[in-house]
Design a protein around this ligand. Structure first.
Ligand SMILES: [Zn+2]
Length: 249
């Protein structure tokens, strides 16, 4: 597993075992902050808040929809009760749900930004996560400003069944509204991007994928990912996004 092994090293909290090359790499500041291996360039998981910190002007993010909280509409139980899975995910991630969304500035220009958290049930989109992305499209269309999505999602959240399916339909409908309004959609794929999230990425004006990202449509873990969009390392995302948003106007 790639990640910070905080508190287990006697001298430094900024070291990690890389899943790409197997080396234990000492973090040296910028690369460690971005969870990128300095030896081989492997991009490890980076949380939703860390992605927002990377892309947005400092202090500019203002969350929308904090009142939205996930529920267990079906009383679903797999290996665990869904309500217990939610509590565990909230505790682990320190988030209420897997999508952070709101207004922000990039290079001084207003944008709507949303980022999904893969550590929260795989970034799967249920009613709340899907609603957050649908609202991002609504805001972008209403304000005529770019929408920036960072997607790391295993797709549809099966624990919410038809409720998750219904919100996917709303998400796609609002995506069409955004397209008709002429606002720009920029998607950055991080980790594994599947299902509805992949379809959103395919509909974007600009689709950047971090190195190693898999993008796939269809069911089954054996489905091979297909490359889509251009590869964009984390170290270049901020500068490239500022240039793009300023060029849009
Ligand atoms: Zn490595």
């Amino acid at each position: 597993m790639f990640g910070r092994l905080r508190g287990k090293h006697p001298k430094s909290a900024d070291w990690f075992r890389c899943e790409g090359c197997g080396e234990i790499a000492q973090g040296d500041g910028a690369e460690a902050m971005l969870a990128v291996c300095g030896a081989c360039g492997y991009h490890g998981p980076l949380g939703a808040q860390a992605h927002l910190d990377l892309l947005c002007d400092p202090g500019s993010f203002s969350a929308e929809g904090p009142e939205l909280r996930p529920v267990d509409p079906l009383g679903f139980r797999g290996k665990l009760r869904y309500r217990d899975e939610l509590k565990a995910a909230q505790k682990q991630s320190q988030l209420v749900e897997c999508v952070l969304m709101g207004g922000a500035r990039v290079g001084g220009k207003p944008v709507v930004v949303a980022a999904s958290e893969s550590a929260f049930l795989g970034g799967t989109l249920g009613a709340v996560g899907g609603e957050s992305i649908a609202r991002a499209f609504e805001l972008g269309a209403a304000e005529q400003i770019p929408v920036v999505l960072v997607l790391s999602s295993a797709g549809f959240r099966r624990q919410e069944g038809v409720y998750a399916a219904a919100i996917m339909a709303r998400m796609v409908t609002q995506l069409a509204v955004l397209r008709r309004a002429g606002a720009t959609l920029i998607v950055i794929g991080a980790g594994h991007v599947r299902g509805a999230a992949a379809l959103v990425g395919a509909s974007a004006d600009v689709f950047w994928c971090e190195p190693g990202v898999r993008v796939s449509w269809g069911a089954g873990d054996g489905h091979k990912g297909v490359g889509a969009g251009s590869v964009m390392p984390r170290s270049e995302q901020r500068e490239q996004l500022v240039s793009l948003v300023r060029a849009i106007g």
